[in-house]
Ligand binder design. Sequence first.
Ligand code: NAI
Length: 215
Amino acid sequence: QKSNTKISMAVIRRLPKYRRYLEELLDKGINRISSRELSKIIGFTASQIRQDLNNFGGFGQQGYGYNVAALYEEIGKILGLDNVYNTIIIGAGNLGQAIANYTNFEKAGFIPKAMFDINPRLIGLKIRDIEIMDADNIEEYIKENNIDIGIICTDKEHAQDVADKLIKSNIKGIWNFAPTDLNVPEHIMLENVHLSESLYTLSFLLKHNREQEDV
Ligand code: NAI
C-alpha cells in the first residue's frame, strides 16, 4: 500500500507494540478503548497514541475510543502480517536452532522451509521437521522454493558472504543476527537484531537506576 510508505520509521517501530497490547485486550474480551486507557497500559502519552494512530485513518472516534479488533487487524495489515513468508535460516548453531524451534514465528506466517550450514556434522539433521542442508545449495534452493527472507545466524566472519549469496538469489529481505554491518543494495530490505544492545541498555539503567522513557 503506497500510502503507508509515508509513515515514519519511528511510528512503524511502535506498531508491533500497539498490536501486542491490542491482542491482550482482545484476549480479555475488551472491545473498545480510549487513548487515555491505552496510554496507561502502553506507557506512551495519549496524544502520542492519537497522533500515531491517526496515520491510518478514522479509527478513533470522539467519545467512543478505538475499536480494538479493527485496530488490531489494521495494524497487522500495515505490518504485512496478513502475508505468508517463506524463510530459510543460515547457520544452524545455537541461535539458528533456537529460532527454528520457536514455533510462534511460524504461527505469525513466517514459514521456516530449510536451514543451511557448512558443518558436515549438522548437514542432514532436522530441527523439528526442518532439514539442515549444505550451505553450497543456498542459491539454488532460494530460487526453486520461492524464499522471501533469509535469517543469518552464522558467525560474523561469514555473514557478508552469506548475505552476498542471498542477494544474488534475489531474496527480498534479510533478518541479520550476526554482529556486523552488512552491505546490501537498496532493494534488499535489511533488519538487524542485536540482543546485546538491549542488554547493555539494561546495564545502563541498572547503573544509573533510571526508569525508561517512552520510545
Ligand atoms: P554457533 O557457532 O553455535 O553457530 C554458528 C553456525 O554457523 C555454525 O553451525 C557454523 O557451522 C555455521 N556457519 C558458519 N559459516 C557458515 C556459512 N558460511 N554458511 C552456513 N553456515 C555457516 O553460534 P551461535 O551461538 O548460534 O551464534 C550465531 C551468530 O549469532 C553469531 O554471529 C553470534 O554472534 C550471533 N548472535 C547474535 C545475537 C543477537 O542478538 N543478534 C544473539 C546471539 C548470537
